[in-house]
Design a protein around this ligand. Structure first.
Ligand code: PMP
Ligand code: GLN
Length: 394
């Protein structure tokens, strides 16, 4: 909660993001940061080298408004190569300051006062804040764990969330923080409601390549009648271990993308010129790069999952993303995830994120006892973290 009297009413409840708070705590305590989702290792050399060459070669001024053609073309090739989706790089692809700006642009560009956006919760924390900034209304639909630990929505609840004021459904698959990769049937359910009620779908697919075992990522735009009503959002951060570069994108039919662009051009306008050709090189890397990325993370998931279980947490096995949600109640009967995460760096030298912040106030109790750990870290660091968590209070 922000205590400042200067903050606008619409933003009063939002305070400081949990990522800023917990990463600062990691820095001040020297704890291992399994909170904010960023790798502690670099991405492919070809991508890094290209950025350095671009800087040295003078690509240091404003790039074009929609993004550099070299990146827009690479994004269009990527969408076709992996998902068989065709987008015109000139009119249907927009480069943004991370997926976050694409999402903000979509919400600010589409919503009128009081328009409703149906979204699944828990959810990435910018969703509700951006809906509030756009003077819309967030309508959350719960994902709940089944007995096998997979988080799912209830179709009746989703249907009931749609009203005459609904403008869009905001989807995130693979899903942060639960790790659910929406199945074709689940996506078809979302799609049929979107078609029936003539809704736009904003689909946040930043973890599109981070799926494990048999799970398959399906962009909702590939379903019947969906390409024309979907804004697909992604980012280079997760796929190329470059979260600090903040280069993302949106793909959509021109009339929808125009709404995003209209808002986006007055946010940062453009960003990250030398990083744009570098990520274009990344997107063109061979399939082996993408396969190795997922394989490597699956091994890390398994290591941390087993370690968290050994430390006494109840775990929810993710099908995708680089996060594991846990239930702390076997370790802490009070089950207050926020208090637990504020203590953990001091008692065990590890930082995690309380899932409670990913829920609306109305459903905060659903996430109160849950804590999220990131496994996009080197094996050595994960082993060290597990050892600390198993060792008991320091
Ligand atoms: N959506 C989700 C679900 C995320 O987890 C993240 C990562 N932080 C983002 C969007 C933001 O991505 P970016 O850093 O590219 O803005
Ligand atoms: N997406 C990352 C996470 O969920 C980082 C988010 C952020 O720093 N805003 O942890």
């Amino acid at each position: 909660m922000s205590g400042s009297p200067h903050v606008a009413d619409a933003l009063k409840g939002f305070g400081t993001t949990i990522f800023a708070e917990m990463s600062a705590l990691a820095t001040s305590t020297g704890a291992i940061n399994l909170g904010q989702g960023f790798p502690n290792y670099d991405g492919p050399a070809a991508v890094l080298d290209r950025a350095i060459e671009e800087i040295r070669g003078g690509n240091n001024q404003y790039p074009p408004g929609p993004g550099m053609p070299v990146l827009r073309h690479a994004i269009a090739r990527h969408q076709r190569r992996f998902w068989n989706l065709a987008y015109d790089p000139d009119s249907e692809v927009l480069v943004t300051a991370g997926a976050t700006e694409a999402l903000a642009g979509a919400l600010l560009g589409l919503l009128n006062d009081g328009d409703e956006v149906v979204m699944f919760e828990p959810m990435y924390d910018s969703y509700m804040a951006c809906v509030a900034m756009a003077r819309g209304r967030a309508v959350p639909v719960l994902l709940r764990p089944q007995t096998d630990g997979r988080y799912v929505f209830d179709e009746t609840e989703l249907r009931a969330a749609i009203s005459p004021r609904t403008r869009a459904i905001l989807l995130n698959t693979p899903h942060n923080p639960t790790g659910t990769v929406f199945s074709r049937d689940e996506l078809e359910c979302v799609a049929s409601l979107a078609r029936e009620h003539d809704l736009v779908v904003i689909s946040d697919e930043v973890y599109e390549h981070l799926v494990f075992d048999g799970a398959v990522h399906i962009p909702i735009a590939t379903l019947d009648g969906m390409r024309e009503r979907t804004i697909t959002v992604s980012s280079g951060g997760k796929t190329f271990n470059t979260t600090g570069w903040k280069i993302g994108w949106a793909c959509a039919p021109a009339p929808l993308l125009d709404a995003v662009r209209t808002a986006k051009q007055f946010l940062p306008y453009v960003n990250g010129a030398p990083f744009q050709p570098a990520l274009a090189a990344g997107l063109d890397l061979p399939d082996a790069y993408y396969d190795d990325l997922a394989d490597d993370l699956r091994r890390k998931r398994d290591l941390l999952l087993a370690g968290l279980q050994r430390a006494g947490f109840t775990t929810y096995e993710p099908e995708g993303t680089y996060f594991i949600t846990t239930d702390i109640r076997p370790l802490d009967p009070h089950g207050d995830g926020m208090a637990f995460c504020r203590q953990l760096p001091h008692t065990h030298g590890v930082v995690a994120i309380p899932n409670g912040v990913f829920y609306s106030a109305e459903h905060a109790h659903e996430g109160r006892h849950l804590v999220r750990f990131a496994f996009c870290k080197t094996i050595e660091l994960l082993n060290d973290a597990v050892e600390r968590l198993c060792a008991g209070a320091r």
